[in-house]
Design a protein around this ligand. Structure first.
Ligand SMILES: [Zn+2]
Length: 333
């Protein structure tokens, strides 16, 4: 059942304003948290809240600010989630007729694309929903796997963040016939996306390196935690809905290491290993395989791995800051 809430924010003149919006509660009563930041402006404010906000605050294009962000640099969409304590959200007693949800078209996904393209659920923070035909989809994608469990639970003395997921698998082998340094424990959606990613990896390995990848070394999938750089915001790792990939080992024995081989220059990479890493990461983003593809272009915390996840909102972390892909909502810092 959607909950109705009153949301406080400031306009560009730093006047306190108020809008009323409909906030969906997450499945099973798990915590759902909201923050008015970049993603809010671009995807939510433009529709359901935008009209009300324009009436409430006469300054067109007012800049919403959260108390958590203050005047700091824009937060990445990976981290556009704010704690309930700082969101200034309070329940309303009675509904009105001015905030009826506006229907929005969800883009159709291409085959092999698993990124969340729904603009209306960007602010939901919760484990991903189970897929109805998970096992059949994995089989069709050429994935061998073991069913696994990862109980949904809360952790943390203060934050009480929700971790775990209702549907996870242990990924054993995908269509690219690539071994992993440890069998990844992943949500079903991430397992499907990883299978899709393997195809890109092999295509680009053959094209740039004239070899095939036989092994991927990763730094982990599940970890019940907040995002290190943005305390208070839940990482997709908390749901096993993310993987950090550090190295690709070729059939020739060569090792392509994100830390050493990723080329962060603006120009096309000069070395084949750099070309491989850039192509792989950009295709994973541009072909909507994952919601997030974060590379060393994104920040220092990702200088040695690709972070790939299926969060409910998008971030392209495959380009130099300020160089958003064509059609993207905007570059992340
Ligand atoms: Zn990660």
């Amino acid at each position: 059942m959607p909950a109705r809430s009153r949301v406080l924010f400031e306009d560009s003149s730093h006047r306190e304003c108020e809008v009323i919006c409909r906030l969906p509660t997450s499945r099973g009563g798990a915590a759902t948290r909201y923050g008015f930041t970049e993603v809010m402006k671009r995807r939510v404010l433009g529709a359901a809240i935008g009209i009300v906000a324009l009436v409430a605050c006469t300054t067109a294009g007012s800049a919403l600010r959260t108390s958590a962000l203050g005047g700091a640099a824009p937060a990445p969409r990976e981290a556009v989630r704010e704690s309930a304590a700082t969101a200034a959200v309070a329940p309303l007693a009675a509904p009105t007729t001015t905030d009826a949800p506006m229907p929005r078209a969800v883009p159709v996904k291409r085959p092999g694309a698993y990124a969340n393209l729904d603009p209306d659920d960007d602010l939901v923070v919760a484990p991903p929903e189970p897929r109805d035909e998970c096992e059949a989809e994995l089989a069709a994608a050429g994935v061998s796997f073991r069913p696994a469990t990862l109980a949904v639970h809360t952790e943390g003395k203060k934050t009480k963040i929700t971790c775990g997921a209702p549907q996870v698998v242990t990924y054993l082998k995908g269509p690219g016939k690539i071994a992993y340094s440890a069998p990844p424990l992943l949500t079903c959606g991430m397992a499907l996306a990883l299978a899709s990613f393997e195809k890109i990896v092999q295509e680009e390995a053959e094209r740039s390196l004239h070899s095939r990848v036989v092994r991927i070394e990763h730094l982990g999938t599940y970890s019940c935690r907040q995002i290190a750089r943005f305390p208070g915001w839940v990482s997709e790792h908390s749901y096993a809905n993310a993987i950090d990939i550090a190295r690709f080992v070729l059939k020739t024995g060569a090792v392509i290491d994100v830390l050493h081989d990723f080329d962060v220059g603006d120009a096309p990479p000069k070395k084949p290993a750099g070309a491989f890493l850039r192509s792989v990461s950009r295709r994973a983003n541009d072909e909507d395989v994952f919601s997030h593809v974060l590379t060393p272009f994104y920040d220092a915390g990702h200088n040695n791995h690709f972070h790939l996840d299926l969060s409910r909102f998008r971030t392209d972390g495959t380009r130099p800051p300020g160089a958003a892909a064509e059609g993207e909502a905007g570059a992340s810092p």
